[in-house]
Write a protein that binds this ligand. Structure first.
Ligand SMILES: NC(=O)c1ccc[n+]([C@@H]2O[C@H](COP(=O)([O-])OP(=O)(O)OC[C@H]3O[C@@H](n4cnc5c(N)ncnc54)[C@H](OP(=O)(O)O)[C@@H]3O)[C@@H](O)[C@H]2O)c1
Length: 426
């Protein structure tokens, strides 16, 4: 009979420090569910002195030797919360080869090397879990893998990057410029000093790779996803979108039809009637369309020590329960189907266009006639005079990227009106 679930932790930063806290706070409940306590045997750090105070609070033993954890026979699960894709990968590989179960919060690593790490875990008959890797505190991966296993997912739209959602919310609410919103996010610790991965949509794309694998079983790489960040979104556009009843959000969007899947990350106009429009600041949400449930949304904090550590510990509880029940080892996500991508040029979306005419005189009639001639329905249109020009904001029916480009050129030629920018809308 197993007395403890014994774990070793690699890294004692934000998430690492949250783990002993969650284990302490919810000790009784977890012991009841698991039938045994979870014991931290050792924590691997770079600098013992720097982490000594924290270690003393929880009575944790620190080590600077990775081998002391991955080679320790008494350790059941290695928890990797260091981040990065080089040393963390080597450490996880060593742990898996030594027949240790592994829990990680490392989305970059799982998005890029998940396939080979899962294979290694399978070969060694151990668990590899990573609930915290997508949307921190929202239990979305386990939900997709288990609760939605009986459903057929046709669409998934996620606000899965807290930094960009915070910035766009602040631009809208406080009328901040992009630069000021970024500065505020950095000051509050929501953005890193080098924000590229967040603001250019790369972090969200990594998460979409993992979500697509869980939702549909398809293994995508970064090249399969069209990625556009928020660095070109202006306060002016956010204000114009607001007048139309839309919020601009950075979304990860998965659409599936009979042919295949299209996945992209880009700023999208979300109607104020859509539940995703209510997700503000650093909060995350994943909106799922499926044939069984219909529409469902999973909302919560995408980061932070306690929410993320809660997800890490939920993986530990699941592994502990399986070990206790002597269950046959299965992987976190067993769904695997051939990758089928649709031709991106054929994907249609409703659009939000911002046009500028050099005249104060209304050209609404000619704009409407133009779209009518092109066979594109206009759902909403507004015009406002600004500094002797008129700005038109339009919501159209579904268009392909090709037809939007075509209209852009023709509007300029035929009506002498510039298309300033355009967004897809949800
Ligand atoms: N923060 C969140 O809210 C959040 C949410 C979801 C997922 N995650 C993921 O969780 C992981 C950890 O994130 P975090 O925010 O906790 O990062 P963090 O605060 O920077 O902590 C990382 C810790 O790992 C240690 N570390 C890094 N490389 C190491 C190495 N080679 N050897 C020994 N120790 C090393 C660092 O040591 P030093 O202190 O010496 O630098 C630091 O204590 C990342 O993969 C991240 O993507 C984080």
């Amino acid at each position: 009979m197993r007395e403890y679930l014994t774990i070793g932790i690699l890294g004692l930063g934000t998430v690492g420090a949250g783990i002993p806290l969650i284990l302490e706070e919810n000790k009784k409940k977890m012991e009841t569910i698991l039938g045994m306590p979870i014991k931290i045997k050792k924590v691997f750090v770079r600098n013992i002195e720097a982490k000594q105070n924290l270690a003393q609070i929880y009575g944790i033993e620190l080590t600077t030797s990775l081998e002391e954890i991955v080679n320790d026979e008494s350790i059941d699960v290695v928890v990797e919360v260091m981040g990065g894709t080089t040393f963390a990968k080597e450490a996880i590989e060593q742990a898996l080869r030594n027949k240790k179960h592994v829990v990680t919060a490392n989305k970059d690593l799982i998005a890029q090397y998940g396939e080979e790490l899962v294979l290694l875990a399978k070969e060694n008959q151990v668990y590899l879990y990573y609930e915290a890797a997508v949307a921190g505190g929202i239990p979305i991966l386990r939900t997709l893998a288990t609760s939605l296993a009986s459903d057929d997912i046709t669409g998934l739209y996620g606000i899965i990057n807290g930094t960009t959602n915070f910035m766009l919310s602040q631009m809208a609410e406080q009328e901040l410029s992009y630069e000021k919103a970024l500065g505020k996010a950095q000051k509050l610790g929501f953005a890193e000093s080098d924000p590229t991965n967040d603001v250019e949509g790369i972090d969200a794309a990594y998460k979409m790779i993992i979500l697509t694998k869980f939702a549909l079983g398809m293994s995508l790489s970064l090249e399969d996803i069209s990625i556009q960040g928020i660095s070109d979104v202006t306060l002016e556009e956010i204000k114009l979108a607001d007048k139309l009843g839309y919020k601009i959000k950075l979304l990860g969007a998965l659409k599936r039809d009979e042919v295949g899947v299209d996945v992209e990350v880009c700023p999208i106009g979300v109607s104020n009637n859509h539940p995703l429009s209510t997700v503000e600041n650093e909060m995350n949400a994943i909106f799922v369309e499926s044939t069984g449930i219909g529409e469902s949304m999973f909302y919560g904090p995408g980061a932070g020590a306690k929410p993320t550590a809660t997800s890490v510990v939920s993986d530990l509880v699941t592994i502990g329960k399986n070990l206790k029940n002597q269950a046959k080892v299965s992987q976190f996500n067993e769904l695997s189907v051939e990758k089928k991508l649709v031709d991106k040029s054929q994907v249609v979306s409703k659009r939000m266009l911002f046009l500028q005419s050099k005249s104060e005189e209304s050209q609404l009639k000619s704009i409407q006639l133009f779209f009518e001639k092109e066979g594109i329905e206009i759902r909403k249109v507004t015009g406002q005079v600004e500094n002797s020009t008129t700005i038109y904001s339009i919501i159209t029916d579904e268009m392909t990227d090709f037809s939007i480009k075509n209209c852009q050129d023709k509007i300029s030629e035929e009506l002498s009106i510039n298309v300033l920018s355009h967004y897809k809308v949800l």
